[in-house]
Design a protein around this ligand. Structure first.
Ligand code: S3P
Length: 167
């Protein structure tokens, strides 16, 4: 078994919620790249995007991915755009098993519509943005060793499926 479990997938697919449950079940540390960036910079993701733009956020994200990838025995939940940079994947795969969550767009919309800390979705029509991002990233998410559709699953069942897979 590789040392880390890395969760990738679009916003609202359950990475953070399931990741925390998984870390607790397997007695591993939990890290979320976005929360770590917020701690480091003292800015919410939405604030960071507004002040510095996406390009600079991606640099910050890669630096954080590089740092967290060196840790051992942890569950790492990543931002939905982490797959846009191949370097991120290389870092994460060094010690980590990549698991992707996929989710139907209507469910993603339900989960994220009230969350204004997701700048890429709320600039324009959120549902159209979800469809576009899914289309643009579909291939990139295929880098995962296992993909789980979390749309209709209870999260504890997702945790069990991952546990079985990484045993
Ligand atoms: C992004 C997803 C967000 C966050 C940033 C960019 C994306 O993370 O990293 O707003 O490009 O899809 P979540 O997937 O945790 O919402």
């Amino acid at each position: 078994m590789k040392s880390n479990i890395v969760l990738i997938g679009i916003s609202g697919s359950g990475k953070t919620t399931i990741g925390k449950m998984l870390a607790e079940r397997l007695q591993m540390e939990f890290y979320d790249t976005d929360r770590e960036i917020e701690k480091l910079t003292g800015k919410m993701i939405s604030q960071y995007f507004a002040e510095y733009g996406e390009a600079r956020f991606r640099l910050e994200e890669t630096a954080m991915v590089k740092k967290l990838s060196q840790y051992d025995h942890c569950v790492i939940s990543t931002g939905g755009g982490v797959v846009l940079n191949r370097q991120n994947i290389d870092y994460l795969q060094e010690k980590g098993t990549l698991i992707c969550f996929s989710t139907r767009p209507e469910i993603i919309l339900e989960r994220i519509k009230a969350d204004i800390n997701r700048p890429l979705f709320h600039n324009g029509d959120p549902y159209q943005n979800i469809l576009r991002l899914l289309r643009e990233r579909k291939k990139l998410y295929q880098v995962a060793e296992l993909t789980i559709d979390t749309s209709d699953m209870d999260f504890p069942d997702v945790v069990s499926e991952i546990h079985e897979f990484v045993k």
